[in-house]
Design a protein around this ligand. Structure first.
Ligand SMILES: CC(C)(COP(=O)(O)OP(=O)(O)OC[C@H]1O[C@@H](n2cnc3c(N)ncnc32)[C@H](O)[C@@H]1OP(=O)(O)O)[C@@H](O)C(=O)NCCC(=O)NCCS
Length: 152
């Protein structure tokens, strides 16, 4: 059985692996323009790298945004190379990022889910908070997971 390991991608080599997975999945597979270049939030974000038998397989990112009401976690770029799908790699990415969000006491985390993959996020406690909308020609839905009670 394949061994799945997860780590925070801080080294330049790990970060390059994350960006390469993102480019392969979003740019080449889904045709999302500009996905291969990264964005301005990458430098400060927490990136998860999941390996399958030591081969880079999946990634995702948690970025913290300061809002008027406090910090907001934003997860983006969750992606798994096609040959490693349906064995729990994205779930491992999400677990790592949600653990990091909890460790930082973030009150909630939001993401823009591709609706076909909504179940992945529902499994991690997210619920839809918007009607479906189209972005980069792909149907999405905003989702949120509250990590602490809103009464606390
Ligand atoms: C969506 C994606 C990240 C899932 O990765 P994965 O490693 O195969 O996901 P997992 O094996 O951890 O599956 C977790 C759950 O996600 C859901 N899921 C995964 N792939 C799915 C698919 N193609 N269709 C519907 N649900 C899916 C299932 O509920 C699954 O749970 P189950 O196996 O118990 O049914 C991967 O298919 C991918 O990279 N797709 C292209 C990029 C993308 O769409 N990213 C999401 C952006 S919001």
């Amino acid at each position: 059985m394949a061994e799945i390991t997860t780590r925070r991608a801080d080294s330049p080599a790990d970060r390059a692996d994350c960006y390469a997975i993102r480019a392969e999945v979003f740019s080449r597979e889904q045709g999302v323009h500009g996905a291969e270049k990264g964005d301005r939030d990458d430098a400060a974000a927490i990136h998860a790298l999941v390996l399958v038998d030591d081969a880079p397989a999946g990634t995702g990112r948690l970025h913290i945004v300061k809002t008027r009401d406090g910090p907001e976690g934003q997860i983006a770029w969750v992606s798994v190379l096609p040959q490693f799908r349906h064995i729990g790699v994205a779930s491992a990415v999400m677990q790592h990022l949600m653990d990091a969000a909890r460790a930082m006491h973030l009150p909630y985390v939001v993401l823009s889910a591709q609706t076909y993959a909504k179940k992945l996020y529902e499994n991690c406690g997210f619920q839809p908070v918007s009607p479906p909308y189209t972005m980069a020609n792909i149907e999405h839905q905003m989702m949120v997971a509250y990590l602490v009670s809103r009464d606390e």
